[in-house]
Write a protein that binds this ligand. Structure first.
Ligand code: SF4
Length: 337
């Protein structure tokens, strides 16, 4: 490693990205398009990314769609505009491709709520259970799981298993509780949660609905049960988006991360979308991890091909098995993201 490489590695460790100056007159959209062609790179972006990133991406989707795209791409470089566990999933599926994440510190509170050593001890106490893990977890948790799921396919995957199969569901207790309710199962739930989806206030949502009596509340199953109880529709980000496209209602109160509103407004130009109010005074329900990525960081990571997501091979192979099982089951059950 030369001196330049050492300095870069230190900066990535400290900041999560290369903090280099960009000429403010650069047309970043044009430059990123140029880099895509030059490097045969594809940009996969989550719905919770800022609008500029969604607009420059080759594909925008939720976790299932992104994993399916990552598995199918023939690009040499995958730029993953999302959070760390998503880029890790892309790397697990594509060991020979370079996977870049615009900001290595784009983490996830839900993933962090399930540390592998503690989860292993919990799993060891229930040897007769299989483990289904929501994709929002680290590679270490994936390696301890039998099947991965997303909010798009969780219910179908659970229902595909024999009724008497004992199951541990990790890491999201709200999604697990919702699936238990929908399927009549009694899965053991890990006590994890997402800081963004736990923040919505049922009380404020009900008041908002009183002011907009014709609006429908749509909610992600990572929200708390008390919020889901007042929702007119519950589904994954993609399912919520589709619902707003096909339902005749003209106004929706949206209880998930606000990034999705950009796509909703693009696909439904005449309809009104209101972000569901959080239970705090700052009216902010953006995911701080997702929003660490910016258009500038996308450009810098493509130009310098850093930061790159890497993984030891044993861990990758162990984490791949349950992801592959999910992808195969989703194909069998005909579920897309
Ligand atoms: S919205 Fe929640 S689950 Fe998604 S990345 Fe942010 S913290 Fe994690």
């Amino acid at each position: 490693m030369n001196v330049q490489n050492v300095l870069e590695a230190e900066e990535l460790n400290m900041k999560g990205f290369l903090d280099v100056e960009i000429d403010p007159s650069l047309d970043l959209f044009a430059e990123i398009e140029k880099l895509k062609k030059e490097k045969n790179a594809v940009i996969l972006a989550h719905y919770y990314q800022e609008p500029d990133i969604q607009d420059i991406a080759d594909y925008v989707g939720d976790s299932l769609g992104l994993a399916q795209k990552a598995a199918a791409t023939d690009a040499d470089i995958i730029v993953f505009a999302g959070v760390h566990f998503m880029a890790e999933t892309a790397k697990i599926l594509n060991p020979n491709k370079k996977v870049l994440l615009p900001d290595l510190k784009a983490g996830c509170s839900l993933s962090d709520s399930c540390p592998p050593p503690l989860f292993k001890a919990f799993k060891d106490k229930h040897p007769d259970h299989i483990v289904i893990s929501y994709i929002n977890c680290s590679a270490g948790i994936k390696a301890l799981s039998d099947i991965i799921c997303t909010s798009s396919n969780a219910q179908a995957i659970v229902e595909s298993l024999p009724k008497d199969q004992k199951i541990i569901f990790a890491p999201d207790k709200n999604l697990g509780g919702y699936i238990n309710k929908q399927t009549g199962r009694n899965m053991l739930l890990w006590n994890g949660a997402c800081m963004v989806h736990e923040i919505f206030s049922r009380e404020k949502m009900v008041k908002l609905k009183e002011r907009h009596p014709h609006a429908k509340i749509v909610a992600h199953p990572e929200c708390e049960e008390s919020v889901l109880e007042v929702a007119d529709f519950i589904g994954s980000t993609t399912q919520i988006l589709k619902f707003t496209e096909t339902d005749p209602c003209q106004c929706f109160i949206v209880a998930t991360e606000t990034g999705i509103l950009h796509k909703m407004q693009q696909t439904n130009p005449g309809k009104t979308f209101i972000a569901a109010p959080p239970d705090n005074s700052c009216a902010c329900n953006d995911c701080p991890h997702m929003k660490r990525n910016t258009l500038e960081k996308v450009y810098i990571c493509m130009k310098y091909e850093l930061p790159e997501v890497t993984m030891v091979e044993d861990l990758r192979l162990a984490a791949k098995k349950p992801i592959q099982r999910m992808l195969d089951l989703s194909k069998e059950l005909n579920i897309g993201g």
